[in-house]
Design a binder for this molecule. Structure first.
Ligand SMILES: C[S@@+](CC[C@H](N)C(=O)[O-])C[C@H]1O[C@@H](n2cnc3c(N)ncnc32)[C@H](O)[C@@H]1O
Length: 262
């Protein structure tokens, strides 16, 4: 095999995407240059990528990027690969305040920074703070930032002591420690995936401490596991009102929005 067509005709996993990476061409260009013969250096790089993909490395960790909302983000093995489900949080957050309001937003567990950066990029007047426990993830988020965001390292609210926000938003780890789905996620950082035996340890801390960091009528917006919504509503009931639930594009329960009680 040495032409683009030869490779495209093979049943290698994600071969068209891998060719776009190696040859720096889009998929349409692959078709129009189908008889191009790869150089031996290009074939070597492609073979390395084919092997990595065959070993289970997610394509985004090979390309080092992932699209989210209207932007492309750098990702590394220190960060979760952004999921399309999380775009739901952006859709909801963008409805809460007008573009011109100088509101204060906190993104807890920012990872590659997708939530904080997307919101700040869409609304330059919003003042966004983003935190993560992982130094390495925060470095990736800082590299991704397109606008002025305050990044801080520490566990949940620790780095924002005595700061108040109009919206606290988070896609925390929410998978149970012994969940069988983890077998398919071995390339991503475990600290971005699991949260105790019931998957709720991070969500509990966030829900219990958010009231001390929210302005009057402030919002808490959370992503959660498909089977966690009822428990989360119970946890929210003491301090929150106007609780709204949302499904993702697969019709799975995926997000909750709640407003601080007066
Ligand atoms: C599910 S990932 C979400 C990353 C990113 N917000 C996204 O949606 O792609 C959860 C993130 O929470 C961070 N995290 C885990 N435990 C934490 C803690 N105790 N305090 C702050 N962040 C934490 C992880 O490092 C990870 O980046």
């Amino acid at each position: 095999m040495n032409t683009i067509q030869d490779y495209l005709s093979s049943d290698t996993i994600d071969i068209a995407l891998l060719l776009t990476l190696v040859l720096n061409k889009n998929t349409a260009e692959l078709i129009t240059h189908a008889d191009y013969c790869l150089t031996s250096a290009e074939q070597q790089t492609l073979q390395k990528f084919i092997q990595q993909r065959a070993d289970g490395t997610p394509f985004s960790y090979i390309s080092g990027t992932k699209g989210f909302y209207h932007l492309t983000f750098k990702v590394t093995t220190d960060t979760l690969i952004p999921r399309p489900e999380t775009e739901l949080l952006i859709d909801i957050a963008l409805t809460l305040f007008s573009k011109d309001t100088a509101c204060q937003i906190l993104d807890l567990g920012t990872g590659s920074g997708i939530i904080a950066i997307t919101l700040a990029d869409k609304n330059p007047h919003w003042q966004v703070v983003a935190t993560d426990y992982s130094h390495a993830a925060l470095e990736v988020a800082k590299a991704n930032a397109t606008s002025n965001i305050q990044f801080a390292q520490g566990s949940w609210f620790e780095p924002v002591n005595k700061q108040y926000f109009d919206l606290i938003i988070s896609n925390p780890p929410y998978i149970k420690e012994n969940d069988t789905h983890l077998k398919a996620l071995t390339f991503e950082p475990i600290s971005a995936l699991t949260a105790g035996q019931d998957g709720l340890s991070g969500l509990r801390i966030i829900i219990n401490n958010a009231p001390s960091h929210l302005n009057k009528n402030g919002y808490l917006l959370l992503e959660h596991g498909y089977d966690q919504q009822a428990t989360i509503i119970k946890l929210l009931a003491q301090n929150f009102t106007n609780i709204q639930t949302f499904k993702d594009y697969n019709q799975q329960n995926r997000a909750v929005l709640a407003q601080l009680k007066n």
